[in-house]
Design a protein around this ligand. Structure first.
Ligand SMILES: [Zn+2]
Length: 158
């Protein structure tokens, strides 16, 4: 069984003989993820997908509602402004070296019935950050955007 052959029975892949082809895998953002990143890059918008049945919006957008499993087709612009729902202060980098200044990451809510969105805060000393603080996305200039989450430089207090 080669790695790219479709599996016929779910019970087949119990073990693997020989070398496993697992070197260079690339993962796409998915249908909704692609639309999210294109809207961010091309229009400077943050999109979410809304479930009409649950009255719940997912940011970034999902293809299916995590509550009722309905297919989600309605995209909405949630804006660039939200409130800090929770935050954490990071004092060391991935290598365990001190960060000076420390970085702040936050869950940002764009409104009621919208999933919070995780991103970095900027222009926000940790001692000034608080739950409920109103923040706004600072985007890269249009010519520098690449369709990546880093097209949002950070969220800053307003
Ligand atoms: Zn739903």
């Amino acid at each position: 069984m080669a790695f790219f052959e479709p599996m016929q029975k779910a019970t087949e892949p119990r073990h693997w003989l020989g070398d496993m082809e697992a070197d260079h895998y690339f993962y796409g953002a998915g249908v909704m993820g692609q639309r999210f990143f294109e809207a961010l890059r091309d229009e400077g918008k943050l999109l979410g997908s809304r479930c009409e049945r649950c009255d719940w919006t997912y940011v970034p957008p999902r293809l299916y509602c995590e509550r009722c499993f309905a297919e989600l087709k309605e995209l909405r612009d949630v804006g660039l402004r939200g409130r800090v729902k929770a935050f954490t202060v990071v004092y060391v980098n991935k290598q365990g070296e001190p960060l000076d200044p420390p970085e702040v990451f936050a869950l940002i809510e764009f409104g009621p019935n919208i999933t919070p969105f995780l991103h970095k805060l900027g222009d926000a000393p940790p001692e000034r950050v608080h739950v409920g603080m109103v923040v706004e996305a600072v985007l890269k200039p249009p010519a520098e955007r690449e369709g990546k989450i880093t097209d949002i430089r950070y969220f800053r207090p307003i």
